[in-house]
Design a protein around this ligand. Structure first.
Ligand code: ATP
Length: 675
């Protein structure tokens, strides 16, 4: 958007309106004066009666008695059968009583030529009869017989035609102006079908380069190769190879897809067109296809170049069998055009398309086929080494404590994306600033991590003693079971201070693993159910606090039975549809009988784990109570406290360090109002 500078009439920059000597900017006024003039003209024409001579209007009886019967009238003209114009004889005009008529009315009315007076005649026939009656004794040469004329005023007609048309045109102009907003200068209405891509080239450079992208080494190699394809295409084509047409960056949100594309723009040294999938689609009008056409036309003119389409799923979603009934023709047309363009131009024309999405599974198969997006570059959540590198990039501008090790921070943040890490760094700086520190310390980072995972601490939230006890036993139940089961994630911190929307929370340190075994899943389910089990054992009644746990556990059980083939009864089958194009929304791929079996298996898995959790707790009632009491007393406890109560975990693994780390938060014990 163009930035508006504070210039005024005096050409003094940045002088604010209202300051001495300043005049309001005239730009806005200039725009509207024409409307004010038009409105003025309209009002004048509506309310000023030019021909009517309202100033010399008289009553009918006055006309009869003082003019007609005195033989003063020269001529009478009846206009539109509505009123009469009276012409007084020239020699009589000199009379005192006609002094007003002789002067003349507004806009030249009256004067010596006349008409000098007007009056309403009422019913024409009655008037004519009356005229006849009054003149019956007049000599014939003195008798006045009226003339008739019709005067037509075109103004109301014109207004009644023009005004609605002007309104319709104005509305149309306004809508199109709004819709084509931002599509470049000039006449915006006619730019609506033009591509909205931002172009970065020699004049307008992107300042991001590959050093700003930490980790993602394999992805960087892939995209660098794409840059090389464009720069040294002959190296590849001379051996008969074809340059790929497109590469798709796929990965969870915040893993750096856009950042990587920006780095490509910064490094490529070729024109770079950047736009988002939603830029093709416009409300009301079908412009997607023409925007795609225009984009490729522009790109071909600037070849070799790169087109980057962010969030391509906005237009690239699978066509046709769309379970949502709102399947959108406009989107499909846009996609069809994109497919045509991608496979429509010469292989070596030097336009490479980069696209990013975090939903590759829902993209249309035709879009993904070789020849369009030949390459898929998968970006994963960063591992411990990559996280350290990302911290390095984002802590560069921060004033940090010298002793703070980035490897420590990366250990605290398993499962964090690059965007989360950037957020942690910023949040830590803000926390340190709030405390008026000169440098950002370790604790600020830990607080930032806690805040990002669990939300803000709400120490002031009013919780009754009873509730606090329930929360403490609930959290203690989760902690006890997870501590005592081999495959559950080791617990590192438990708190019963309300944080974000949760009333209590537990922090775990998950292993950095790529696959999960059935035993691990079951142990995790069991420890999640520990909270509910503890409530039942200790208080003999259950509360709503376990909602999150139950939701998580149920989803896990459904996945185990229906998708992961982990139920013996159902068998090693998976009803998962990774393509997202099946019509499972309507029909289930299994029979009613299997459906019942799946239900019973899901129930059995959760039941078994619940019983198991209860057993673990019953066997360790002393430790559970001690833990709950410690929690009530301290409100926050760490793995050291757990170790004091339970002793060392027998299956403690090498990489498990006793440092408090943070990962999955289990939000529990939410008040009913927040559910
Ligand atoms: P989405 O799919 O939600 O659009 P994305 O994968 O495109 O997400 P980006 O916009 O690229 O994510 O990343 C967001 C921010 O996260 C970046 O601006 C950057 O600050 C940070 N970031 C992500 N990954 C990295 C990385 N590898 N190195 C440095 N910073 C990163």
């Amino acid at each position: 958007m163009e930035e508006k500078k504070g210039f005024n009439n005096n050409n003094k920059p940045n002088q604010k309106p209202g300051m001495p000597g300043s005049k309001p900017p005239t730009g806005g006024k200039n725009k509207y004066w024409i409307y004010i003039v038009l409105l003025g003209i309209f009002l004048v024409f509506t309310f000023v009666d030019f021909g009517g001579g309202s100033e010399n209007k008289i009553g009918q009886s006055k006309f009869e008695k003082e003019m007609l019967l005195q033989h003063d009238v020269e001529k009478l003209v009846i206009v539109n059968k509505e009123y009469a114009e009276v012409y007084i004889k020239q020699d009589k005009l000199a009379d005192e009583k006609y002094s007003d008529a002789a002067k003349g009315g507004p806009f030249g009315f009256g004067g010596s030529a006349g008409p000098h007076y007007t009056f309403e005649i009422g019913n024409l026939e009655n008037f004519e009869n009356k005229l006849e009656e009054l003149q019956k004794d007049f000599p014939p040469e003195e008798k006045i017989s009226p003339d008739y004329k019709t005067e037509h005023s075109y103004l109301p007609d014109i207004i009644s035609w023009v005004l609605p048309l002007a309104l319709i045109f104005g509305l149309w102009y306004f809508i199109f102006k709004r819709m084509s907003g931002g599509s470049g200068g000039g006449n915006k209405i006619f730019n609506i079908g033009k591509s909205k891509a931002q172009v970065f080239d020699k004049e307008k450079r992107v300042k991001v380069n590959f050093t700003d992208v930490a980790g993602l080494e394999e992805a960087k190699v892939e995209v660098m190769e794409i840059v090389d394809f464009l720069k040294n295409s002959s190296k590849y084509t001379q051996l008969g190879g074809k340059i790929p047409k497109g590469a798709l960056l796929v990965g969870p949100p915040g893993t750096g897809k856009t950042l990587l594309a920006k780095a490509v723009a910064g490094e490529a040294d070729v024109p770079f067109f950047s736009l988002s999938g939603s830029d093709f689609v416009e409300m009301f009008v079908c412009v997607g296809a023409s925007r795609v056409r225009d984009l490729f036309k522009q790109a071909k003119q600037k070849a070799p170049c790169i087109i980057f389409i962010d969030e391509i799923d906005a237009i690239g979603r699978a066509r046709g069998r769309n379970p949502n009934f709102g399947s959108n023709d406009e989107r499909e047309n846009t996609l069809n055009q994109l497919l045509t363009e991608m496979d429509g131009f010469d292989t070596n024309s030097g336009v490479i398309i980069l696209a990013a999405t975090n939903r590759a599974d829902i993209l249309d198969k035709a879009l993904m086929r070789a020849g369009r997006f030949d390459r898929q570059i998968h970006l994963e959540l960063p591992d411990i080494v990559e996280r350290e590198a990302i911290f390095k990039v984002h802590t560069k501008p921060l004033k940090m404590d010298k002793d703070l090790e980035l490897s420590f921070l990366s250990k605290q943040t398993p499962g964090f994306s690059g965007a989360d890490i950037a957020n942690v760094c910023n949040e830590a700086a803000l926390i340190a600033a709030r405390k008026n520190k000169k440098k950002i310390e370790k604790q600020d980072f830990l607080d930032a991590v806690d805040r990002i995972i669990g939300g803000l601490e709400r120490k002031s939230k009013i919780i009754s003693k009873e509730e606090k006890k329930t929360i403490a036993f609930h959290e203690a139940g989760n902690a006890t079971v997870s501590w005592l089961l081999e495959h559950a994630n080791p617990l590192l911190k438990v708190t019963i201070i309300p944080r974000g929307r949760a009333l209590g929370a537990a922090w775990y340190l998950p292993e950095e693993r790529s696959i999960t075994t059935k035993e691990q899943l079951l142990d995790e389910m069991c420890s999640a159910l520990g909270g509910r089990a503890s409530e039942e054992i200790v208080f003999g009644k259950v509360s709503t606090g376990a909602l999150n746990d139950l939701e998580k556990v149920t989803k896990q059980a459904i996945a185990m039975v229906s998708y992961l083939g982990m139920s013996e009864e159902v068998g090693t089958l998976s009803y998962y549809d990774s393509s997202g194009q099946g019509d499972y929304g309507f029909t289930k791929p299994y029979s009613e009988k299997t459906s019942e079996l799946i239900d019973s298996e899901i129930k059995a898995i959760v039941e078994n784990q619940y019983l198991r959790a209860k057993k673990v707790l019953k066997d360790n009632m002393d430790c559970l109570s001690k833990l709950a009491e410690t929690l009530l007393e301290k409100e926050v406890i760490f793995s050291d406290d757990l170790e004091k109560i339970f002793g060392e975990r027998p299956w403690k693994k090498e990489e498990e360090k006793p440092e408090p780390a943070n990962e999955v938060i289990i939000e529990e014990d939410k008040p009913d109002s927040e559910k």
